[in-house]
Write a protein that binds this ligand. Structure first.
Ligand code: NAI
Ligand code: MG
Length: 327
């Protein structure tokens, strides 16, 4: 069956790492049609809109979307794009691969981040010259939806059988309290074991002993921050993929941004985006191909070539070619 994949490079290194992932996907010789859409700072400058309606529609109608990153306009692009694919959970695996000089080589985590509400997509207002406010929305329904996904995720997986709920319900009693009660309630109903960790304490514990954690279910902003922290444990942002999953659609993107400090030089690490493409393959049912891509990435991480962020001196194209070679 043919799959229609929306491809949105965006700005900065998005324009370098997305073509790398497409090279890998094309080398698999699947019946994929790639359709390009524009979004980000450059489009905003040219047209006044960071996310043209045509790109929104492209993502909404595609079988899956692969997105790079947007710069200053990131919030105007990624929040509506996650909405276009109706995504309620952002899956962010953070795994230390052999051969990578990781701060914590034993790290193997999966963050399941609530993707529609909370502080991150809160409603902000300027009320006066001196005062801005943010309204944080937390619903039982969105929290339960995430919890059902998390329960199915650990039940379907050979590697996981329980999850940690990370929150700050001791202080944000109503919002995080609602989140916690909803998630733990669903897990109890489905017979899945959970433990609870306050999010500030989690930040310390995961640095000192990441092995005690496995799958982490958390509110939106906590997932954003704590997964970047986990990136620091496993060797950097160049390694972390993510999947935004909706009921009928999904969008895959690296966790990192446009990396303006290295953009345009052809030296970005394509691993995060290629692993995001592997998550996309898995989601679309191409599980064998997804495994092959992950194995090829693992082999290149172990043996090189490596990009500068991992201590090597290879460029994006060399790393991509090495991955394609091993497929
Ligand atoms: P960033 O992730 O772009 O970069 C942080 C650091 O990690 C930089 O030193 C960068 O060189 C390095 N890095 C990131 N990805 C890399 C890769 N693939 N290979 C090698 N090194 C890599 O985050 P930063 O600097 O906070 O944001 C830069 C821009 O990106 C901002 O305009 C921000 O708004 C945007 N951004 C967009 C996101 C999105 O579209 N989803 C997500 C995060 C940031
Ligand atoms: Mg982030």
């Amino acid at each position: 069956m043919s799959e229609r994949i929306a491809v949105i490079e965006g700005d900065g290194i998005g324009q370098e790492v997305i073509p790398a992932a497409i090279d890998v996907l094309e080398s698999l010789d699947l019946d994929f049609e790639f359709v390009e859409g524009e979004a980000g700072d450059a489009v905003k400058e040219a047209t006044g809109e960071a996310l043209p309606q045509s790109t929104y529609d492209l993502a909404a109608d595609a079988d899956a979307t692969l997105f790079g990153a947007a710069g200053e306009t990131a919030a105007d692009v990624i929040l509506p794009l996650r909405d276009a694919v109706d995504s309620f959970v952002n899956i962010r695996p953070a795994k230390a691969y052999p051969g990578v000089d990781a701060v914590r080589p034993e790290t193997d985590l999966v963050f399941l981040r609530e993707n529609t509400e909370g502080v991150y997509s809160g409603h902000e207002d300027d009320l006066s010259d001196d005062l801005s406010t943010l309204t944080r929305v937390v619903t039982t329904s969105a929290s339960e939806k995430l919890a059902h996904f998390a329960c199915d995720y650990v039940e379907d997986s050979d590697d996981h059988d329980d999850f940690s709920v990370v929150h700050k319900a001791n202080v944000m009693r109503k919002t995080d309290g609602r989140f916690r009660d909803a998630v733990v309630g669903v897990a109890e109903e489905q017979g899945v074991d959970t433990d609870e960790v306050l999010m500030d304490a989690f930040a310390t514990h995961v640095c000192l002993d990441p092995e005690q954690f496995d799958v982490i279910v958390c509110p939106n902003l906590a997932g954003d921050v704590l997964s970047d922290l986990a990136a620091g444990l496993v060797g950097g942002l160049g390694l972390l993929p993510s999947a935004n999953i909706g009921d009928d659609n999904a969008l895959f993107e690296p966790v990192h941004g446009t990396a303006p400090d290295i953009a345009g030089q052809g030296i970005a690490n394509p691993t995060a985006t290629i692993l995001s493409a592997a998550l996309m393959l898995d989601h679309l049912g191409y599980t064998e191909e997804a495994d092959r891509v992950e194995t090829a990435v693992e082999s290149v991480l172990a043996e090189g070539p490596r990009t500068g962020d991992l201590g090597g001196d290879a460029d994006t194209d060399e790393v991509t070619a090495a991955i394609v070679d091993r497929l």
